[in-house]
Ligand binder design. Structure first.
Ligand code: COA
Length: 330
């Protein structure tokens, strides 16, 4: 393998749908309370897309920001990796939809299904594609419309998820040391039933009965997922740090998947990182699955928490189960 860094993030962007739904709003339709949600998760509000807002429409805003920040135009993009579990259509990919919305054609484009760590998986895939000569400038998007697959009458999931989009332009690294220092990916498909959508795929195609039974919506065993998340996120931090040849004291900022504040705190504790070195913004967005890490990256830069030269670790976990981590020099 070529000596790392092979790829760096030249530009990032994010966008959310307009409508903000607070915990107090949810109190009106669910047997829950703002206090319970804040205490158990840390979430205070989330964004839900309205009918005129498609995944492509708000991902386009994030992608255009990332491309502009990289000092490029859409025509400079060699390929698009679009991580999502809520594509606009079953066919074709949302990556192709985004390519068309960007007004370009010719480069490659595909969707990547890895649930919450989708953006981290996408970064690892983009780096690999650069390594084998399939592009020098790759757009990686993590975006979701989880409100479309959440049972809004199920208080154990409806309080958690939100919609949003994040994007990054990865470019071939120069000689300044900026870029990806390590990647780690993992999965355990035997645990799939703990967090899944049982129907609506080709194994159990759409039917009136399926919709009546809500088999097209997320089912989750919260406590079991919580335990598995802490284990996998902890392992992911260990792997990313050691693969980069670093120790936890070298990490300036941890950007974890924004699912639950208690999972984040346990992960940080395991990695030996004080919460001052951990970026948290889940109170504003809830769990946005593959959009979570890029939304946090953008906010961390905006808030001055992530500055050039810092070493940042991204770590994520989700349905599959799948997990992964990346260490990079910003
Ligand atoms: N409001 C009020 N009460 C609720 C509630 C809500 N929104 N959701 C569940 N409860 C109740 C339960 O019914 C249960 O009541 P009982 O004791 O009378 O049976 C009680 O609260 C405790 O439920 P439990 O599921 O044990 O709570 P918890 O502390 O594990 O928190 C989650 C629930 C979902 C917040 C937590 O398990 C979690 O975050 N899990 C991980 C989920 C996740 O991150 N998924 C995505 C991974 S990418």
């Amino acid at each position: 393998m070529t000596k790392r860094p092979i790829a760096y993030l030249a530009g990032i962007g994010s966008a959310t749908p307009r409508r903000v739904v607070t915990n107090t709003d949810l109190e009106k339709t669910l047997d829950t309370s703002n206090e319970w949600i804040v205490e158990r998760t840390g979430i205070r509000q989330r964004h839900f897309a309205e009918h005129d807002e498609t995944l492509t429409s708000y991902s386009l805003v994030a992608a255009q920001q990332a491309i502009a920040q990289a000092g490029l135009s859409a025509g400079d993009i060699d390929g698009i990796i679009f991580a999502t579990v809520t594509p606009d259509h079953r066919l074709p990919s949302t990556a192709c939809g985004l390519q068309a919305a960007l007004g370009v054609a010719g480069g490659w484009a595909f969707d990547l299904v890895a649930a919450c760590p989708g953006f981290v998986y996408g970064m690892a895939v983009a780096e690999g594609m650069m390594e084998v000569g399939l592009g020098d400038t790759i757009l990686v998007v993590g975006a979701e419309k989880l409100s479309s697959i959440t049972d809004q009458t199920d208080r154990s999931t409806a309080i958690l998820f939100g919609d949003g989009a994040g994007a990054a332009v990865l470019r071939r690294a120069g000689t300044d040391g900026r870029g990806i220092l390590s990647t780690y990916l993992g999965a355990d498909g035997t645990l799939a039933p703990l967090l899944h959508i049982p129907g609506g795929g080709s194994a159990d195609p759409l039917s009136e009965e399926l919709i009546r039974d809500k088999r097209h919506l997320i089912k989750m065993a919260g406590r079991e997922v919580f335990k598995a998340a802490v284990l996998a996120m902890s392992r992911s931090t260990d792997e990313a740090i050691s693969r980069a040849g670093l120790t936890s004291s070298d990490i300036d900022l941890l950007i974890p998947h924004q699912a639950n504040l208690r999972i984040i705190e346990a992960t940080a504790k395991h990695a030996g990182l004080p919460m001052e070195k951990v970026f948290v913004n889940l109170e504003r967005y809830g769990n946005t699955s593959s959009a979570s890490i890029p939304l946090a990256l953008v906010d961390a830069v905006r808030e001055g928490r992530l500055k050039p030269g810092m070493v940042v670790m991204l770590v994520s976990f989700g349905a599959g189960f799948a997990w992964g981590s990346v260490v990079l020099k910003w």
